[in-house]
Design a protein around this ligand. Structure first.
Ligand code: SF4
Length: 500
């Protein structure tokens, strides 16, 4: 019994030490780390642990890696680990048994870089015989060298004007850089400053935005322009607290503008940066969770150098060009030798990202209703899927609910439903109904539309107040901001000639 009590006391003492140890390593208190690890050696009689611990002490790795590794080994020797954890522990021990070779490789690599790029910092720091970890400054120096030599010459990289940088950052969200360049140039040519933008109408901005999608971004830009003109004399605020309160500005955009335009040491963590940092430090936190972004921001903070603008842009650029979601080009990456995911060959398993919600499939019957040389268009709710854009009247139903096929009976049923819908919603009677073969599949974030176009005619241009509708000349159809889904569908028909 006494023996068991002693064991329990000893176990609690170890648990306590372990908790304190983790905390202190997170704080990068390496001398404490040494003494605690020695304490663990004394209490656990396992030669392999001692050997492994000694290895960690001379290993040029980051804290995160040390913690992750020890967690596996520690769990293993407490006999509480699952089979897969034991396998992982073994593979980690094997990996670290090559520590000296790895260290030499890092030294040679840094020395070569130092000579090639004449970096004083690297020339001095590559002699790190007593170094336990790669210091924060090494990451930023490696990145700086790479960014200086590999950055793309993009129009918004030639300016520190917050208005310009802001527009590029908003446009680049969910849109390819190559697509954004043309939009960015046209947008600035039409609205060269925040005052000009604040005077634009929603339809004008939406029209300019056509093809970029996610129109909520454009609406929030207009709201922000109005606020800056009304409350900030047309200037962007230069503090994070003020910036983050503005519509459409999240932590990432605030970080990008503040670091690029105001040289403030703020992290700018987007999807690219989360991927790079997760791999370099072997973080297995789920990047689909919002709290992981905050965690990665905390990991980036100590790495920020004085030239924070280049660092933030360099990380984004590295994620976009080299550390891509699949098959990252590690042999051309500045972090090749210090990236833990690369060294463990688990790049394609990191970062961890839980699966997105399954998309809902809907059938959409779109109605192209002609009266003389006019067509009926309707404006979607600004809060809904199409975010205040114009389109055709339509009806949706879930794919799983569809019973009609494209048979004569099926088409007849669809025609009856459409007649009833137009009568009830718009007080319109139709004639000459035709279900065309024009189809288009549009993918939204959480929804997919399988669209089909039906053409029909009306004898009069009935007008009601709600829902918002307009009879527009076919030749003027292109003057309206039509949502991409309807634009693409119409383009498949003979009426597509009225759209650019
Ligand atoms: S070494 Fe490979 S996995 Fe690591 S940051 Fe570079 S590209 Fe990404």
């Amino acid at each position: 019994m006494k023996n068991m009590d002693q064991q329990q006391t000893k176990r609690l003492a170890i648990e306590k030490e372990w908790a304190t140890y983790k905390y202190n390593v997170m704080e990068r208190n390496y001398s404490y780390y040494k003494s605690i690890s020695k304490g663990l050696h004394d209490q656990i009689d396992a030669d392999s642990i001692k050997e492994t611990m000694a290895g960690y002490l001379s290993e040029p790795l980051s804290c995160e890696a040390v913690i992750n590794t020890l967690r596996h080994v520690w769990g293993y020797f407490r006999k509480e680990a699952s089979e897969s954890e034991k396998v992982m522990a073994h593979s980690l021990i094997d990996d670290f048994s090559n520590k000296l070779i790895i260290r030499e490789k890092v030294k040679v690599y840094l020395a070569n870089l130092a000579v090639k790029y004449k970096s004083d910092y690297l020339l001095e720091s590559h002699y790190f015989d007593d170094m336990l970890v790669v210091s924060d400054a090494v990451y930023s120096e490696l990145l700086k060298i790479w960014y200086d030599n590999n950055r793309r010459d993009l129009p918004w990289r030639r300016t520190t004007n917050p208005y310009h940088v802001w527009i590029s950052e908003i446009m680049c969200q969910q849109t390819q850089v190559a697509t954004v360049i043309g939009y960015y140039n046209r947008f600035l040519a039409k609205w060269p400053d925040i005052y000009a933008l604040s005077l634009a109408t929603e339809d004008e901005v939406f029209k300019m935005w056509e093809g970029l999608g996610y129109y909520g971004r454009a609406r929030r830009m207009m709201q922000l322009a109005h606020i800056l003109v009304a409350d900030y004399s047309g200037e962007f605020p230069s503090t994070y607290e003020q910036m983050i309160k503005l519509p459409g500005i999240g932590a990432y955009t605030a970080g990008a503008i503040l670091s690029i335009c105001f040289e403030q040491k703020v992290a700018a963590v987007d999807g690219n940066v989360m991927r790079v940092i997760s791999r370099v430090f072997n973080s297995h936190k789920d990047i689909a969770l919002p709290r992981t972004k905050a965690h990665i921001e905390q990991m980036v903070l100590p790495l920020l150098p004085d030239d924070v603008s280049s660092f933030n842009q360099g990380l984004m650029e590295l994620g976009a060009l080299v550390c891509t979601p699949t098959n990252p080009d590690c042999s051309h990456c500045p972090f090749e030798m210090v990236c833990i995911a690369n060294r463990l060959s688990i790049q394609n398993r990191v970062p961890v990202k839980s699966k997105a919600r399954k998309k809902i499939d809907e059938n959409v019957d779109a109605m192209l209703l002609i009266c003389d040389d006019h067509v009926l268009i309707t404006k979607a709710s600004s809060q809904g899927l199409l975010g205040g854009l114009w389109g055709l009247p339509y009806m949706t139903h879930l794919i799983s609910e569809v019973v009609e096929s494209e048979t004569k009976i099926g088409n007849k049923l669809v025609e009856e439903k459409i007649r009833a819908h137009l009568k009830e919603t718009y007080a319109i009677d139709i004639y000459g109904f035709e279900s065309t073969k024009c189809k288009y599949k549009h993918v939204f974030t959480h929804k997919t539309w399988e669209m089909r176009l039906h053409v029909m005619y009306s004898e009069s241009m009935v007008q009601i107040d709600y829902p918002e509708m307009k009879w527009v000349r076919l030749t003027e159809l292109d003057d309206y901001p039509i949502s991409t889904a309807f634009r693409r569908l119409i383009s498949k028909s003979e009426y597509g000639l009225y759209l650019k």
